[in-house]
Design a protein around this ligand. Sequence first.
Ligand code: DP6
Length: 362
Amino acid sequence: MAEQQLQNWVLMVSAQTPTNIAVIKYWGKRDEDLILAINDSISVTLDPAHLCTTTTVAVSPAFNRDRMWLNGKEISLSGGRYQNCLREIRARASDVEDENKGIKIAKNDLQNLHVHIASYNNFPTAAGLASSAAGFACLVFSLAKLMNVQEDNGKLSAIARQGSGSACRSLYGGFVKWIMGKEENGSDSIAVQLVDEKHWDELVIIIAVVSSRQKETSSTSGMRDTVETSALIERRAKEVVPKRIIQMEEAIQNRDFPTFAQLTCADSNQFHAVCMDTSPPIFYMNDTSHRVIGCVEKWNRSEGTPQVAYTFDAGPNAVLIARNRKAATLMLQRLLFHFPPNSDTDLNSYVIGDKSILKDAG
Ligand code: DP6
């Protein structure tokens, strides 16, 4: 009986991780297993209030295998990406001791226990809103807490990267750079924080949810096809992006919105151009996305200086970064005018920040 009681304990940790949106995009790998990129990238981490993953991880002697539930549905953990993250975290476990709670678990015992993982996204999964970024970052972060891993966020970012490349950037707030690194084993392919979330806090991010449907071409297979077939990708990775990374870091440091906006829009457009240059061509944006670009470009031109930057990931949803709250409000007014609720365009707008959601993502 006493032994049975001993088998009944559960050690549990929960964490919440926001997603991030790249302003200089990662697209293409030089190593598929370790997930090593062909260029550096820079992203902004979003406010967790609206787009984040919440994950609870638990170990118990009562669990007889590793299991995971995503949005309430059990999913397989057999994929290499989950296994790599679990292996790397387990290898770094240390003894857990909490005198107040009367908990003492030796590192070896922790490493041999099975884990249960429950993860929820508060936004559409796999719809081009970087759900895998928040998901793997949160998984790695919560497992590291559970197993008392003593590594800093840089080292954890290299583990999250092995779940999904963009995930490494969600370990930090503010603006974050993923350094592609040079080492074959990926040890120097980590994320670093460029500035924290207070540095440029007048920016307001609006997500215009054009479609919450799952995308047809996953980022993983899309970028593989691009690397194999696009005639433009090498020039992008080797010549264009390295220059943009330097300019973007400078624009962020100086809070130089016109340069920031110009680089963000240009890089999004080039990313979608290399997608179209892929065989077979990949179309992530749709007519509504194109109309949103037209609307922003026209307004920026009429103001004489950019008010809003747009960027689109592997899906049709627009991420709009406004220079301040006033510009965000005016942008929303324009969106509501051009894409009125209940019209035939299926556009739903969110404000990310301390404003409320305008219309829910159907
Ligand atoms: C367009 O990180 O989802 O969002 O590493 O294969 O999991 P894998 O791909 P993923 O790709 C993200 C691509 C992007 C651009 C970016 O976030 O930098």
